[in-house]
Design a protein around this ligand. Sequence first.
Ligand code: SF4
Length: 172
Amino acid sequence: MKKLLLHACCAPCTTSVYRLLKEQELSITGYFYNPNIYPTAEYEMRKKCMEFYSAISGLPVIYIENDLAIKAGNCVECYETRLRAAARYGKKNGFDCFTTTLLISPFQKHDVIKETGEKISGEEGIGFFYHDFREGYYQSREISAKLNLYRQKYCGCSESQKARERKHEQAA
Ligand code: SF4
């Protein structure tokens, strides 16, 4: 059975990605590495939620502490940093391939994530498991609500937090 390392951005996105992946002949391990999340309190909430989901779903998850700062608003670098870390960890620890829950979001730059994963796969010598997980996006919302998972209001960095606040103010 192939071993897959699943970079997990948060628990809500992981729910239906994990459900879809379980239909395949794969041994799956989560990999929580998200130094983009700002501020620390928000990071801790997302991490805690991941720990809770891991416990109830049975998905084993590796947690990597934040070791660097990602420039807010630079999505390409943000994807690259997280996927590169997953690929290197996977390669070093005997995984056959890696993928990311970022591929479930209709709000992310899906094609850039796909291209970044494929590029890193070639450079690091580990397979990239691509699937358009967006088909499961609404299901992930339903599962998260049912499990009462903490659902973040913005992508992660300070720029995305500010953009969310501006949108909220305009709507008020
Ligand atoms: S908007 Fe999201 S993907 Fe882009 S830099 Fe910020 S946290 Fe990273």
